[in-house]
Design a binder for this molecule. Sequence first.
Ligand code: GDP
Ligand code: MG
Length: 749
Amino acid sequence: TAPGIITTNGHFASVGDAAHDPKAYEHGVQVIDGDKEFNSNLSRYLTLEDVTNAGFNYHLISVFGSQSTGKSTLLNKLFGTQFSVMADRERRQTTKGIWLSKNKVIHEDPKSRMADNILVMDVEGTDGRERGENQDFERKSALFALATSEVLIVNIWEHQVGLYQGANMGLLKTVFEVNLQLFLKDKNTTPRSLLFFVIRDFMGSTPLKNLEDTLLEDLSRIWASLSKPEGLEHSTIHDYFDFAFYGLPHKGYKPEEFSAEVKKLGTRFREGRKGRKEQVLGESNDGGVFLPEYHRRIPADGFAHYAEGIWDQIINNKDLDLPTQQELLAQFRCDEIARGVVVAFDEAIIPFEDKQAEGIRAGAPLVLGGLGPAMRSARMKTLKNFETEASRYHKGVYKLKKAELEGKIDTRLKALFHGQLNAAHKAGVKEFSEAVSNAVKAGQKKGASYDFAEIVKQETKAAIERFEKEARATLVEGAPWSNYKQELHLYQKDLAEVSGQLRRDEMRRLATRVERWVRSRLSDSVGLEFNSLGSGRGGSGAPETGDKPAENQIWDRIWNLFVETVLDAERRFTDRATSFDASVDEVDVGLWRLRRKSWVALREKVEEEMMEGNLLLKLRENFEDKFRYDEAGVPRIWRPTDDIEGIYTRARESTLTLIPLLSRFRLADNNSPPPLDRWVGHTPSSVTAADEEDLTPIGGVDEEEGKSLEEEVTILNDAKRQDLTVRFKKAADGVYVEAKRSAIGGITQ
Ligand code: GDP
Ligand code: MG
């Protein structure tokens, strides 16, 4: 299993066991273990220590130095950590790999308060004697520390200062080399680091200033000895590092002074003012060590992942390319953050999506209440939450991922938005159609002539208002797709279409009413004309006497009153139709239909009058009138001397002329059928199949129907005429015989 480490307290904190027990983190977390394995529990540790959500508000310090120089002891004292320290009596290395712990010191005094969320890394030191094998790890840990830390504490005995060949100088040479390697690629954003020399067992006999000078001289010499990449030949250590120095008295010999100095040193670990090029520690300078420019700008919630990626590159001896690592981290974290915010988005939006889908499946799209506010809030929160966390990462990646997330949620919101508009559209059209129908019905019930055009106008206005209200309520500010112009346009078009249909229905109703009126008028007036045949006085061709109309002009009279009646009807139709905004075309079609239907009505009326029994009765009446009354209209009393036969023959012949006259609808003027074709007029170009569906073909008008005008105006065919003639003659004969008998018998009538 995972390697563990025995701590001074006897705790055993293995990498594996540490996973779930917060107590296992008492000594911090072993980021890199003795086998150079990265501990994936780092992220858990940061969360337990409340660092994860700190954004950039955290700091990283690493401590370097030879083995057993009191590094862990110092850190524990400075930061209240519990890194393992070597028990005084044993002489063996304690710190293995790299440990990390959060600062536990809380200062009450705001003036000496340390910065928030200081993370301290205790790095395994090298024993001067066993350099070589350990040199590889030293280099790797230096890379790791530089890629993450703002401040590098270099722990050094005072008596080692100036020992240019010492282990410390080897370490520093490694740090410099690694630094050049690390930040070469990214010259513009090269982070600076603070090298903080803590000089242990500082006697005070040599002034600190002298030790500083010696150290800086040695460092410059090391720097000069490095082979630098092209373009950096003239760079100095000061281009990359700031330096600070602090002397600490012997812990064993001067414990009180040691404690006091450590406490004082601790107050330096706070935010520093920006722009300070050099951190020189001294009584006169109490500036904080954490300058913004030192920060590696890895958001706290991405630190564990970043550190793991860095270590992976280091351990595999790959060229550590920080910008690339930051981009990879940004991609990883932005995706993670996006997934996180989408969970809340889903929670708010899926119920609406489900409901909408349900409505569509059922074929009845639903207008969803509360959709607008839910979408607005979900979109706003999702993007805002994403922005808050993700914008700390690589800007380019962040922007891409934000667009990606926006695209993803907008696709769904857009679908919801359009579904809502669609539902509002469907419901609105239905509601509109019903409202107009109801208003028409109410108008009809009241009997008053309701204003159809006004009803349509008002209901259209109301329907558009309802739609716009719903659409406006569903708008999502900031979303590029959030407008309903096109949908409104389509909606208005549909309303107009429905209005047109309703208007056509209304026209049909009107046409039916007017047709009924024509039919009833014709029934009266044509009936009267036929009835007048019953009084046959005046006889055929005789000049009119009194109010007796000429029989041979019956068709002219019928035609004239027909034409007048239809004209009257046309006026009624046109007036009403224009009042509800019917188009010229619609009116034209209506009039054309009205004329045709009126003609058919007339023909039917004529046919009804000319039904065999009816006609025979009329002929008989006509005959009797002529036979039984004299020219003055006085009833005849037959005497035997009367020329009964002559009168009978004249009357009979006169009535018989009616049969061919009535057989055909002809105008007396030129003895030709009425000009039906001209009278009906051209078929309007806007006539539809539906308009023609219920029309009866008219001979001479609808040529293609194969019926001629002559046929159209023929009321009685030859066979019927003949039959009628025979039957009439029989009836007349009966009357004659009866008259004869009465004359002989002297019986008056
Ligand atoms: P590390 O290996 O650098 O982490 O060193 P440790 O903190 O484990 O300490 C190693 C030994 O040095 C222990 O025996 C400590 O008691 C001792 N030590 C700690 N601080 C000081 C100090 O300030 N001066 C001296 N001379 N010894 C110290
Ligand atoms: Mg140690």
